[in-house]
Design a protein around this ligand. Structure first.
Ligand SMILES: [Zn+2]
Length: 299
């Protein structure tokens, strides 16, 4: 009889991988198909590392035998060490402090903030509204600070009444800033932050729309990850200082929310700057290249 092995006559298997018979055929010119008569002798140690032979034998009705051998080389299991997950790279602006001042300018306090920043050679960002003297916006810009847009009225019931009313207000503050500093600002801070839960009272889901839409229009918006809580009732220069320094981190950028209209913020500012300098932080104004700090929406 004829005995033919299907598949590879010489196979390699990794240890632990089960051998699967690729098949065989036995034909005899007298008995016909004898495949079902083939006897397969599987070595007992087939699962051990080494070379093993599987013996196939068929005997026809006349007692003639035919053998075939398949060689199986079982190789050691290659231990795959899982790749160590890469440690996430520190953000490029790790250890940077972006001081941000909202709701100004204020005739007295913003001027004092600017004086301190100048003496300490620190650049910051002012998210301005529709009040206060133009000269202070001009001065902040001329002294190297970034002028961002907060909104004109800062009235939640107006700005968050609808997408259109938000942009109507934004255009007003944008025009004000452009007329003072001679160029448009595309750097935004939403009143209450993008995470505010107040806007839903006036227009459910409006922050979901606005946060996407402002970016489509070429703006960048910045929430914060450190807050002086200087607009809270009972805030003092000591509380503002503590609130800021307790949340500063060298492993990320620090977008610090402050309000230049608050006297206790003015009083805390120099100590905050000196603490940060002494601890190796550096200060930068927000630019269009600054990675956005974005809150989780809550509308
Ligand atoms: Zn504000």
């Amino acid at each position: 009889p004829q005995l033919q092995l299907l598949g590879e006559v010489s196979m390699q298997l990794e240890q632990g991988v089960e051998f699967e018979e690729p098949g065989f055929e036995a034909l005899d010119n007298y008995d016909g198909d004898l495949t079902s008569q083939v006897i397969v002798k599987m070595p007992e140690e087939i699962e051990e590392v080494g070379t093993h032979e599987i013996e196939y034998e068929v005997i026809d009705s006349s007692g003639n035998s035919q053998k075939a051998i398949r060689t199986i080389e079982v190789t050691k299991k290659t231990v795959v060490t899982p790749p160590t997950p890469p440690t996430p790279p520190k953000p490029v602006d790790a250890g940077v402090i972006y001081l941000t001042f909202d709701d100004g300018p204020h005739g007295i306090n913003t001027a004092k903030v600017l004086d301190i920043l100048k003496q300490e050679e620190v650049k910051a960002t002012f998210f301005v509204v529709g009040v206060g003297p133009d000269e202070l916006i001009k001065r902040a810009h001329d002294e190297g600070h970034t002028i961002g847009l907060h909104t004109y009225t800062h009235k939640y019931n107006e700005i968050y009444a609808s997408v259109n009313s938000y942009y109507a207000d934004l255009n007003k503050i944008s025009d004000r800033v452009e007329s003072i500093i001679g160029k448009k600002s595309y750097i935004l801070r939403f009143p209450g932050g993008s995470s505010n839960a107040v806007s839903r009272r006036y227009s459910l889901g409006i922050m979901t729309t606005l946060t996407k839409d402002v970016i489509n229009r070429g703006y960048r918006y910045f929430d914060w990850n450190v807050s002086g809580q200087d607009a809270e009732r009972g805030a003092t220069s000591a509380s503002v200082y503590q609130n800021v320094i307790k949340d500063l981190s060298k492993n990320r950028s620090n977008n610090v929310l402050l309000h230049d209209i608050q006297p206790h913020t003015v009083a805390a500012l120099r100590d905050i700057i000196r603490y940060a300098k002494a601890n190796g932080y550096r200060f930068e104004p927000i630019t269009m290249e600054t990675p956005m700090i974005r809150h989780r929406l809550a509308n």
